[in-house]
Design a protein around this ligand. Structure first.
Ligand SMILES: [Zn+2]
Ligand SMILES: [Zn+2]
Length: 314
């Protein structure tokens, strides 16, 4: 539903951006559905924003006309124990874009210039937008999957997986894509994007996996993914929200298998991943919709009917 709000004035360190594109993430759905237990409703969702600076507050590091990205981490305090340890993704005072502060499902957005990311050349606005969360969180999850996994499982093949399969392949990994049972279109999409195998998440893995990343918000995938791991392997849960994980036999975890989550991002992740994206020139599959169809875009994400990433353009 469209809404008219006054144009905000950028304060110190802030910039006012004209939104060029904003990609849709499953987290936007969790925000709208009130599943995160945080956020200031009614907030403007959207945390994969490509924007051009149209006004800058005092001490802004960005200049008028620059094209930048606004990611999920909109602010971190810089002085808490986590921030000082280089873990600003876990800052208790963090503010998240499109959750704690208004995001990019809009024509204009205010952002803290210190947390905006420089974008790699060679990507259009709609191609660059999905890099800001799908790509970035996927990349952090890949890093948490351990030293160079040779056989990597991806559970849920949507926005993040279609980018990360390309990064993993370039590093020599074979990627196994697990989708909802019977999702043949999703499995074909995964094979086209570079997976060596694609099949139902409810079935066995054709090979023992060194690591698995779960992008789908379904807790029942955790024991399934654990069961597909070789000894010492890791399951990384990359989503911000997941249904309850069912009880499972200890034997699935035994032999030094581990389960971990990945939360948010640091600016260092952002800079790293943008470098990786510049080198790799990732193939970004998008479904572009006008901003006025934000509600429909969210429903497409909910039902898993987007192959790649839905992107809104004002
Ligand atoms: Zn996201
Ligand atoms: Zn902090």
């Amino acid at each position: 539903m469209a809404e008219v709000r006054p144009v905000p004035e950028p304060q110190a360190h802030q910039v006012l951006l004209q939104v060029l594109a904003c990609a849709v993430c499953r987290t936007d759905l969790h925000v709208v559905d009130g599943e995160l237990g945080r956020g200031v409703l009614p907030v403007v969702p959207g945390h994969q924003v490509i924007g051009r600076v149209v006004a800058a507050g005092a001490n802004s590091a960005l200049s008028i006309g620059e094209r930048v990205g606004v990611p999920w981490l909109g602010f971190a305090c810089g002085s808490c124990e986590m921030c000082r340890a280089g873990r600003e993704n876990l800052c208790p005072n963090a503010r998240f874009t499109g959750c704690d502060v208004d995001g990019g499902f809009a024509e204009l957005v205010i952002a803290d210039g210190r947390f905006c990311l420089r974008l790699p050349d060679g990507y259009t606005d709609t191609e660059a937008a999905p890099l800001l969360c799908a790509g970035l969180i996927g990349y952090r999850a890949l890093r948490m999957a351990g030293e160079e996994p040779r056989r990597l499982g991806l559970y849920g093949f949507g926005s993040a997986a279609h980018l990360i399969v390309q990064v993993a392949r370039r590093r020599g990994a074979d990627v196994y894509a697990f989708t909802r049972a019977g999702d043949h279109a999703g499995q074909e999409f995964a094979l086209r994007m570079g997976a060596v195998w694609a099949g139902d998440s409810t079935g066995p893995s054709p090979e023992p996996l060194d690591a698995a990343i779960i992008f789908a918000p379904a807790g029942e995938l955790v024991p399934l993914a654990l069961g597909a791991l070789r000894p010492g392997g890791t399951v990384v849960c990359a989503g911000i929200h997941m249904s309850d994980i069912p009880a499972f036999p200890y034997a699935l975890l035994w032999e030094e298998r581990s389960i971990r989550s990945v939360a948010n991002l640091t600016r260092a992740d952002g800079a790293d991943f943008m470098r990786v994206a510049a080198e790799a020139r990732l193939d970004v599959e998008t479904e572009v919709l006008p901003l006025g169809e934000a509600g429909r875009a969210l429903e497409l994400v909910r039902t898993g009917r987007v192959h790649g990433t839905a992107v809104l353009v004002p």
